[in-house]
Every structure is written in structure tokens, then in C-alpha cells.
Design a protein around this ligand. Structure first.
Ligand code: GAP
Length: 518
């Protein structure tokens, strides 16, 4: 299966099995907005809980907040979003398709990088063990030429974006002979800036109404509450404030399913530190956040850091943690050293002091901030992309040879349903016994009870939603008080006493399995 097919399969699986539905589907969908179904909402809640507990429960110097989505309009003036939260867009006159100009250039750079790696791969095959990769990268004329092009385009783009020189951004597209992926033509409009914030009116009479914005990031709710939280929770620097919640962006190119949505959820943490200590904390949080991702066990090769070429208006250092999605390595989380930009700016615009008195230094200052910001929906997509497998069944399971199953190998602590309970048949007292088992488990985790269809079909349905354990009650169970536990990943089955079920399930699905490795 190609990565493209894999991605398509994940999207249709999400709909068929109740993970994600397109918004307002009966009205032909609302672009780049999605609803989470019965299993999607459970998975999303579990990922959120993993993040929340890793931040707030595992760090005694981080506390939580739930700020409102609507904020005073001046917040967005102070934060720079009214003036600078925009993307450079360009239209192709033939296809009428709209693109982010910087993304078109980034894709061009990525393709050139791919060409370099292909040359290296070819040469490595040709020269075998004698191949000196470092030397080849420095001397092969084609590789050197590609590298020169990549560095040149990156440097031009960085400088153009920093100066907001949109004519130069267009010139790079022209010089690189970038074509529209739909029409194949180079018939481009000029590049324009497009503000990504959604606005609405607050107030009943239109003349009095204020234009307010749907927040494009949750972070500002933390900044404006900095002193409220610090004083009420008696926090001492360094300390953090964590928050999860919806954010809204009128994305120009909203494609790739949950990757780029117009309404999405963020999980953000602002860590307030002494000025001058920010780089040390920036590195600490880079390390801690990567560890959080790795604990889920999807493999270290799926993650990499990417330093920002162009720093946002508020940052003095910034990087992304990128994840290998089916459509390539892309940002899943941002880690930013935001300096004192936000607090200073809110101080200026509000006229209220936002300073901290440091008893050890015996002085007031505006703290510096390290931010970790991860998209919950992107994380959800990453979990599904890593967990989804179409498995060919060979001789491992008797009677299953030559068939295949779809299985979601979601870490048990994050799985939407932890355990399914089945009576083998719908009679002879088995449903009653199975219900006893179900009732004994339902107060520790999300369980599922089903008595319809053959056991094989019931197992398949649970594999497809990622349920790690199935418990079957048969006629023997009435005599020996034992049940069959079937493991999702190996499909192995074991006979265990009913009295042990709760203990086994509780041990394997506990979130502490992930938290304890942090
Ligand atoms: N407060 C900083 C901030 O918002 P960002 O890099 O713009 O930084 C942080 O966003 C994270 O939010 C991203 O790493 C991504 O996971 C998620 N995100 C951003 N835009 C998104 C979108 N349109 N759809 C889904 N997730 C998005």
C-alpha cells in the first residue's frame, strides 16, 4: 500500500468506524471542519488527558487554566495578530486555485532535497562498501548544484518573508519555475497577505457592536491571566500555565484532513522564567516534549526537530517537532522562546503592570516565556497513522490463513474502548454472566458489551477500533468461573479466572504506563 493509499484508507476508516465525520455532511460538508464520532471523542479525550496529566499532574510547578474563547479585541492588537497574523497567498489564474506562496516554495525545496537523497542512494548502491557519502555530498557536481539551489532559495525566502517583500516571494516562484499542481501552468497572480483570524460582532445593536475575534491560539488567555494565576496559586518563577481548548484560523489551504483545519484544538503551556535563562529552559522543554511523544512507542524514526527559518514576531528561538505523516514529515508541535514580547505588549496596551517580584533577586521584572504548543487533532491523526495496519493473516491463527484484518495498534492507555465483553451465545445464562463481568469493569475504564454475530466478527470489529482486550464467556465459564481473554496485537487467547480480569485490564490500560516513562 502506498502512503497515499494508506492516508485515504485512514480517512474512510475514520468515517466508517465512528472516529471522525465531515462537518454538516448532509449539506455537503463545511470545508476543513470535522466532527468527532463515538470512538473519536474517546481517543481525543484520552490524548488530551495524557497531555494534561503529563503537564499539570507530573509537574508541581505547572497549573491549569480554562480561559474563554472570546477575548477583548485589544488583546489581538497587542499580540500582533491583527497586524501580522497572515499568510502570503497566490492564485493560479488558469486553475483558479489558491495556494500559500511560502508552502509552494517549501515544497519545491523539499523536492530538491529528495533529489539529493536519491542521488546518494543510487551512488551508495553503485559503489557498495567503498562509498564515502560525506565526500560524495561535497564533490558530486549534481548534488553540489542541488544543495546550492536549496541554500539559495531558503536564504531568499527567509529574507523576503522577514522584509515582508511579497514581490520577491513571487519572483522566487517565477525563478524556480514552480507550476500549479492542478493546471500545470505558471500563470500566477501577485502575492498578497491574508489575515487568518475569524471575526464576529458582540452586542445587540449593530452600531454599538464591537468586532471581536475567535481566538487563533489559546496562548493569549494565559498571558492576560498571568498575574491572576501567579497570585491566586502562589506560583514562584519558574512556573507554567497549561491550557487546552479550541482555536480558529481561516486557513487558505485547508487540506489533509485533520492536519490543517479551520476549527481545531490546541494544548499549550507557557513556562515563565527569569530573563536570560530562557535558552536553558527552551532546550529543557524540547527534550521533555520529545520524550512525551516517544513514550507512545511509535518509533523514534518518526520524529525530528526542525528549526524555524523565519522567526515569528514574538520569538528569539523556535522549532517544530515534526512527525512522519503519510504525506511526509510535518509539524505536530511548536516550541517557542517568546521572550517578554506578549507580557510587555499587554502591559503597554492595557496600562496594567504585568510584572513579577522575584524575592530571591529582590526585584521586579517581566518574565520571559517558553511555550510548548501542540495540536490535539494533529496528534490524533498521528496516533491513527501509526496505529493503522492492514494485517495479512498467515498461519498464526488457525482458520484465518489467507485472510486479512484491519487493526488499530493504539497504545492501550489511549485506546477508545479498553475491553469488550462477549457472551459466546445469547442464551443459557451466558449474557447474564457476561453482564456481571461488564459491570465489574465499567467503573475502571470504557467497556463495550456485544452479543450479536459470530465471535470472529465481533473480534474484527474491536480490532478495527483498537480495543486491546476482548473477554469471552462460554459454557465452561459457568462451571469453572474462567473466561477467555484475547489480545488485539497477537490475537493470542488465554484462559484466566474471572477474578483476575479486573486486575489484568486495570494494570495494562492505566495511563500511568505512559506517565511513568516521562
Ligand atoms: N501559540 C503558538 C501557536 O499557536 P502554531 O505553530 O501556530 O503556534 C501550534 O500552532 C500547533 O497548533 C501546531 O504545531 C499544530 O499542531 C496546531 N495547529 C496549528 N494550526 C492548525 C490547523 N489549522 N489545524 C490543525 N492544527 C493546527
Amino acid at each position: 500500500m502506498t502512503q497515499e493509499e494508506l492516508f485515504k484508507n485512514i480517512i474512510s476508516h475514520c468515517k466508517e468506524y465512528g472516529f471522525v465525520f465531515p462537518s454538516s455532511e448532509i449539506y455537503d460538508n463545511l470545508g476543513a471542519v470535522y466532527d468527532y464520532g463515538p470512538y473519536g471523542v474517546e481517543l481525543k479525550n484520552n490524548i488530551r488527558e495524557y497531555w494534561w496529566k503529563s503537564m499539570v499532574q507530573m509537574n508541581d510547578n505547572i497549573v491549569g487554566l480554562d480561559a474563554a474563547i472570546f477575548m477583548h479585541p485589544t488583546v489581538w492588537k497587542a499580540s500582533g495578530h491583527v497586524d501580522a497574523f497572515s499568510d502570503p497567498l497566490i492564485d493560479n489564474k488558469d486553475s483558479k486555485k489558491r495556494y500559500r506562496a511560502d508552502v509552494l516554495i517549501e515544497e519545491y525545496v523539499q523536492k530538491t532535497e529528495d533529489k539529493i537523497e536519491k542521488e546518494i542512494e543510487k551512488a551508495s548502491r553503485r559503489f557498495g562498501e567503498k562509498f564515502d557519502e560525506k565526500m560524495y555530498r561535497h564533490t558530486n557536481p549534481r548534488v553540489v548544484e542541488y544543495r546550492k539551489k536549496v541554500d539559495e532559495v531558503n536564504a531568499r525566502m527567509k529574507s523576503a518573508l522577514e522584509k515582508n517583500d511579497l514581490a520577491e516571494v513571487k519572483q522566487i516562484i517565477v525563478d524556480c519555475e514552480i507550476v500549479c499542481p492542478v493546471s500545470g501552468s505558471r500563470n500566477w497572480t501577485d502575492v498578497r497577505q491574508f489575515n487568518l483570524m475569524f471575526s464576529t460582532q458582540m452586542g445587540s445593536v449593530s452600531e454599538d457592536a464591537n468586532t471581536i475575534y475567535l481566538r487563533p491560539e489559546t496562548a493569549q488567555g494565559i498571558f492576560v491571566n498571568f498575574l491572576n494565576v501567579q497570585r491566586s496559586a502562589r506560583m514562584k518563577i519558574p512556573f507554567g500555565i497549561a491550557q487546552t481548548g479550541k482555536a480558529f484560523r481561516n486557513e487558505i489551504v485547508a487540506r489533509q484532513f485533520l492536519f490543517r483545519m479551520r476549527e481545531f484544538e490546541q494544548m499549550e503551556m507557557q513556562f515563565f522564567v527569569r530573563p536570560g535563562e530562557e535558552m536553558q529552559w527552551y532546550n529543557t522543554w524540547k527534550e521533555k516534549r520529545l520524550k512525551w511523544h516517544l513514550a507512545m512507542g511509535f518509533g523514534a524514526e518518526r520524529y525530528r526537530f526542525h528549526d524555524h527559518l523565519k522567526l515569528a514576531h514574538y520569538a528569539n528561538a523556535a522549532c517544530d517537532i515534526e512527525f512522519a505523516f503519510p504525506f511526509g514529515f510535518k509539524e505536530i508541535e511548536g516550541i517557542h522562546s517568546r521572550t517578554d514580547f506578549d507580557l510587555s505588549s499587554h502591559e503597554k496596551f492595557s496600562g496594567k503592570k504585568l510584572q513579577y517580584f522575584d524575592p530571591e533577586l529582590n526585584k521586579n521584572y517581566i518574565p520571559y516565556v517558553i511555550e510548548t504548543s501542540i495540536g490535539l487533532d494533529r496528534m490524533f491523526l498521528a496516533v491513527l497513522a501509526s496505529a493503522f495496519e492492514v494485517e495479512k493473516l498467515d498461519s498464526a491463527v488457525a482458520g484465518e490463513e489467507g485472510t486479512e484484518r484491519i487493526v488499530l495498534r493504539i497504545p492501550p492507555s489511549l485506546a477508545p474502548v479498553k475491553v469488550a465483553v462477549f457472551p459466546l451465545v445469547k442464551k443459557d445464562g451466558l449474557p447474564e454472566k457476561a453482564m456481571d463481568v461488564f459491570n465489574n469493569l465499567k467503573n475502571i475504564c470504557r467497556c463495550y458489551y456485544e452479543e450479536k454475530d459470530t465471535i470472529g466478527k465481533r473480534y474484527r470489529r474491536q480490532d478495527a477500533i483498537g480495543t486491546p482486550f476482548c473477554i469471552t464467556i462460554d459454557h465452561e465459564s459457568l462451571k469453572d468461573n474462567c473466561v477467555t481473554i484475547r489480545y488485539r496485537d497477537t490475537m493470542k487467547q488465554e484462559r484466566i479466572p474471572i477474578g483476575k480480569v479486573r486486575e489484568i485490564v486495570e494494570e495494562k490500560v492505566a495511563l500511568r504506563n505512559l506517565l511513568s516513562s516521562l
